[in-house]
Design a protein around this ligand. Structure first.
Ligand SMILES: [Zn+2]
Length: 191
């Protein structure tokens, strides 16, 4: 049994194991917009590009939402040409709370809706003494490998917050060799 640590500020896209073939695949959170006019609900219910959903916020009030799954309809949000009047692509925001999104795998061609189980499905994950060390994608995994290997533990740039949340369990000197080896191997296998 392995234990995972939590980290909530997720990027919009992460690398996961393809649910179909196990290769590295891209997962992207769905984007949601509030449907402002009741008259537009029907458009979103019928649209092939969106999914209509009745949401409930924490105070219990309900609202009508249009969910967009990236990569599924073959077009981007900006390319949807028949949006109802007053709706703009900028109205849609990634919804991490939803856990709903889409997976795209170039190895097997799989492209479908998917509910993310994080970090269980992280492609870049290794086990070290009963705990799972994970990274969001290839770039953060590469930065993580450098970080584990380095003596100075410098945390700069885009992945600073990510590195700050790495539990000390993985950063002890005695684990350096095994963790670097496993991470390095994983990065090579995902080329
Ligand atoms: Zn696949």
């Amino acid at each position: 049994m392995t234990e995972a640590y939590d980290w909530y500020r997720m990027p919009h896209r992460v690398s996961i194991r393809c649910p179909n073939c196990g290769s590295p695949a891209e997962y992207e959170f769905a984007a949601v917009a509030r449907i402002k006019r009741k008259a537009d609900i029907e458009y979103f219910q019928k649209s092939g590009s969106f999914e209509y959903h009745l949401f409930e916020d924490s105070s219990g009030s309900r609202w009508h939402g249009a969910v967009f799954y990236h990569g599924l309809g073959g077009i981007t949000l900006g390319e949807v040409s028949d949006l109802p009047e007053g709706c703009r692509a900028e109205d849609w925001h990634h919804s991490h709370g939803l856990s709903a999104g889409s997976v795209t795998c170039h190895a097997c061609g799989c492209r479908r809706m998917h509910t993310l189980k994080w970090p269980d499905e992280a492609y870049f994950q290794i086990d070290y003494k009963g705990k799972v060390l994970w990274a969001f994608d290839r770039e953060s995994a590469t930065v993580l490998l450098d970080y584990v290997r380095s003596e100075t533990r410098q945390r700069d740039g885009k992945w600073k917050a990510f590195l700050l949340h790495i539990p000390s369990h993985f950063l002890k000197k005695k684990g350096r060799e095994e963790i670097s080896k496993k991470l390095g191997k994983l990065l090579l296998s995902a080329c």
